[in-house]
Write a protein that binds this ligand. Structure first.
Ligand SMILES: NC(=O)c1ccc[n+]([C@@H]2O[C@H](COP(=O)([O-])OP(=O)(O)OC[C@H]3O[C@@H](n4cnc5c(N)ncnc54)[C@H](O)[C@@H]3O)[C@@H](O)[C@H]2O)c1
Length: 353
């Protein structure tokens, strides 16, 4: 069976986890080898059916290098979990636009190499799906890459919190071109937003009245630095709206990234505070810390997105594919409770395998 041909737009920490994960899970034979994957096989497709055939970045330590080298170049700090042999995929220089924020300018140099023609590279590499893994503040560049996917006639998966799949005008353009679009803002495998929503749903289902709750993050990846600089408000809006949707009534909710601590490396600490009342107005409080490593948290979900998007391509579906968006992204075109999104995705997989 031909492989699913993927282009990585941005060779940062998520790209590193994705590429390493493809090797780590490359030849699944026994069940124990698939520990850590939500769906070892999805719609008949395994991680081994995925191949990275093109990559773009702007960092001089990454451009012109083999992908196997670029994924470990600074400021990337995702853990090294496998030896990555040369891939033959050389990282192309894409246009910078608004790709690098004020703070990240201090941790990387922009390559002096000329920009490639991104549409031509996508066409030449016969890319099925371009995955947008640019920094969250790269709004203009994200839109520009979505435009190149339209021109190259490939699907576009937007892992960033920039509004593309959730913007009806973009969804309409992909639909008119007969192309698949999914996004926006990847859901983590072990995600703080999902954990927060689940706790709130469980409590409110049992009659607890939540009065106030917050969730704050501290991380050491480049994306946490970027968030401080440019996208704190956007992320706060997306996460707060998502958490609010878990409660059937109005409560004081704040959720969103907060700070950067470089020595944490790619780790992220999430702090939860929940306050409410139950029987006879008795007070209840939860104070919780949840520690994860950021980039691997994207791997399993990205594998699902790629395989589900390929299923949509095989069935010639077009536009924003709601079951994939609602299952795998924090800001789909239409917000759904977790359970509804799970069921919609299961149905999608069963109908399109
Ligand atoms: N668990 C997760 O890591 C997770 C979860 C949800 C969403 N996301 C989103 O995924 C995206 C990627 O996250 P990350 O941790 O890999 O970020 P990162 O900062 O490590 O990587 C971004 C990469 O894009 C490159 N880049 C910047 N401008 C560019 C341009 N114009 N053209 C090409 N490349 C350019 C940077 O040099 C860098 O290599 C972010 O938008 C983040 O919000 C990640």
């Amino acid at each position: 069976m031909p492989k699913i041909r993927v282009a990585l737009i941005g060779v940062g920490n998520c790209a590193s986890a994705f590429v390493q994960g493809l090797l780590y899970y490359g030849n699944l034979k026994q069940e124990k080898e698939s520990i850590g994957l939500r769906n070892p096989i999805l719609g008949g497709l395994s991680p081994n059916d995925i191949e990275v055939v093109a990559a773009f970045d702007v960092n001089e330590r990454k451009v012109g290098k083999d992908l196997s080298v670029a994924i470990f170049a600074k400021p990337n700090n995702a853990p090294r979990v496998v030896d990555v042999p040369p891939s033959g995929v050389i990282v192309n220089k894409g246009p910078l636009m608004d790709g690098v924020g004020r703070s990240t300018q201090n941790v990387l140099q922009i390559s002096a190499q000329p920009d490639v023609n991104v549409t031509e590279v996508l066409i030449a590499a016969k890319v099925d799906i371009a995955i947008n893994l640019l920094p969250s503040g790269a709004n203009q560049a994200s839109q520009w890459y979505a435009e190149q996917a339209l021109k190259a006639k490939c699907a576009f998966a937007n892992a960033t919190p920039n509004f593309i799949a959730s913007d009806s005008s973009w969804a309409k353009r992909f639909e008119e071109e007969g192309l698949v679009l999914v996004g926006d803002d990847l859901v983590d495998q072990a995600g703080s937003t999902a954990l927060h929503k689940t706790l709130l749903e469980l409590l409110s289902m049992n009659g607890v009245r939540i009065t106030e709750t917050y969730q704050l993050d501290v991380g050491g990846g480049t994306e946490s630095l970027e968030t401080l600089d440019r996208t704190r408000e956007t992320k706060r809006t997306i996460k707060t709206q998502s958490v609010e949707s878990a409660l059937p009534y109005k409560a004081e909710v704040v959720a969103g990234s907060t700070d950067y601590v470089d020595f944490l490396q790619n780790k992220r600490d999430s702090y939860f505070w929940i306050s409410g009342v139950y029987f006879c107005n008795t007070p209840l409080q939860i104070d919780l810390k949840f520690s994860t490593v950021d980039a691997p948290n994207a791997g399993s979900v990205l594998f699902d997105i790629v395989r589900a998007t390929k299923m949509a391509l095989n069935k010639k579906l077009k536009g924003a594919i709601l079951p994939i968006c609602a299952y795998a992204f924090k800001r789909p075109p239409q917000m759904m409770p977790i359970e509804t999104a799970e069921k919609a995705f299961e149905k999608f997989v069963a109908e399109n395998r």
